[in-house]
Design a protein around this ligand. Structure first.
Ligand code: SF4
Length: 382
């Protein structure tokens, strides 16, 4: 748990986050230009989420690249815990990068659906509500384009027989004082949530290779604990690349949140509903057209610009052009929001079409694909 006028735990983010302070506290490093150059050299390209520092920090990414270069390989792991609604655009960011890394480095990806976490964290009242969302979440993930033979998607409560031995071994090594200090548990915390971090650590031990996890920086506490105990079990400390929080529509300092539907665009929103939300987004524009023309806007505090930067404008030159047109007053917010709304609508139409197709291949990811079959026979070696 971190508090500096803001509070960050895996279940709560309160206040305005200072990302540099977080890094200092967590002991991670910024992703350097040299690391991005190495990635480009190895796979010919660098994803915009890395290039634009949406994923801005890392641990041991250099060692991952060494492992790849020297033929030892690595594997990927990420996940999402369903709670009260379907996935929103902020949720897909780690999955987009994971899919890109899988494709470029040709490695296995393990995608965890903790269908107990949010219930134990009291973020939802009804476990059946979680169950209703799980299948939808899985289809949304598949629709992002993962390879069915090198991706395994698992639900904790279904895969628990395979996870449990490793979770017990991991849990034995985490004492309550450490868990309380790292996760901010208190007298109101359910005992289920106190055990849960052991389960989230287990997938980092699925292979005897280094694991790379793309995640939102609020998830870091789990993996700091993993790095403490993995070598004692004969496994690698996990590596990670961490993203900033994806801003909601209320302002760049707000986090897109499933519990505040107006701040988020859900993958299940109709394209028209999503466009309506975009048109109401907070911008960095001036109160009147005349002032905008005279003084220009401020893209640095504008949600609309940030969304172009994160998900909806791949071409750097075009993003830069939008930036300059905004600050010079040439571009008006109305026009800019219409552009974004059109892109969001196009994305959602395409995504929702792919979700219908995902149903046909779902079993491969969960049970019958090459990696899935192997994992249903996985046993923890310790
Ligand atoms: Fe934001 Fe576009 Fe308005 Fe500039 S013109 S403040 S980028 S909405």
């Amino acid at each position: 748990m971190v508090t500096f006028g803001f509070r960050v735990t895996p279940w709560e983010v309160e206040g305005v986050v200072d990302y540099d302070k977080l890094l200092e506290e967590f002991g991670a490093s910024k992703i350097s230009d040299e690391l991005l150059e190495r990635i480009k050299h190895l796979v010919g390209d660098v994803h915009t989420l890395l290039r634009r520092r949406i994923f801005y920090a890392h641990r041991d990414l250099d060692l991952i690249l060494d492992d790849y270069e020297e033929g030892r390989g690595f594997f990927l792991y990420t996940g999402i815990a369903p709670s009260r609604s379907s996935m929103h655009l902020g949720h897909i960011v780690p999955f987009i990068l994971t899919k890109w890394l899988q494709e470029k480095f040709k490695v296995n990806a393990y995608l965890m659906i903790p269908d107990e976490e949010k219930f134990l964290a009291k973020k939802t009242e009804d476990l059946r509500q979680v169950d209703e969302l799980v299948d939808k979440t899985i289809l949304d993930i598949i629709a992002l384009g993962f390879d069915p033979d090198s991706t395994f998607i698992f639900k904790d409560r279904e895969f628990i027989r395979n996870l449990y031995t490793a979770a017990v071994v991991v849990a034995r090594r985490i004492n309550y004082s450490l868990a309380k200090a790292v996760f901010g548990f208190n007298g109101e915390t359910s005992i289920g949530l106190i055990f849960y971090p052991a389960l989230q650590i287990v997938p980092t031990l699925f292979e005897k290779k280094r694991c790379l996890i793309p995640y939102g920086i609020d998830q870091d506490p789990y993996f700091r604990v993993q790095r403490d105990l993995a070598p004692k079990l004969g496994y690698f400390k996990t590596a990670g690349i961490m993203s900033i929080f994806i801003p909601g529509l209320e302002g760049v300092r707000s986090k897109m949140s499933a519990s505040k539907p107006e701040t988020a665009i859900f993958l299940s929103d109709s394209p028209e509903e999503a466009a309506r939300k975009v048109m109401e987004a907070f911008t960095g524009g001036q109160p009147t057209v005349r002032e905008q023309r005279e003084k220009g806007g401020n893209p640095d505090i504008c949600c609309v610009f940030q969304w172009f930067k994160i998900l909806f404008e791949d071409v750097d030159e075009k993003l830069l052009e939008r930036y300059h047109r905004c600050v010079s007053g040439e571009l008006l917010c109305g026009e800019c929001k219409v552009d974004l709304a059109e892109r969001v609508k196009r994305f959602l139409r395409e995504h929702q079409r792919k979700v219908l197709k995902a149903e046909e291949v779902k079993d491969k990811f969960l049970y019958t694909g090459k990696l899935a079959e192997k994992m249903w026979n996985w046993e923890f070696k310790y």
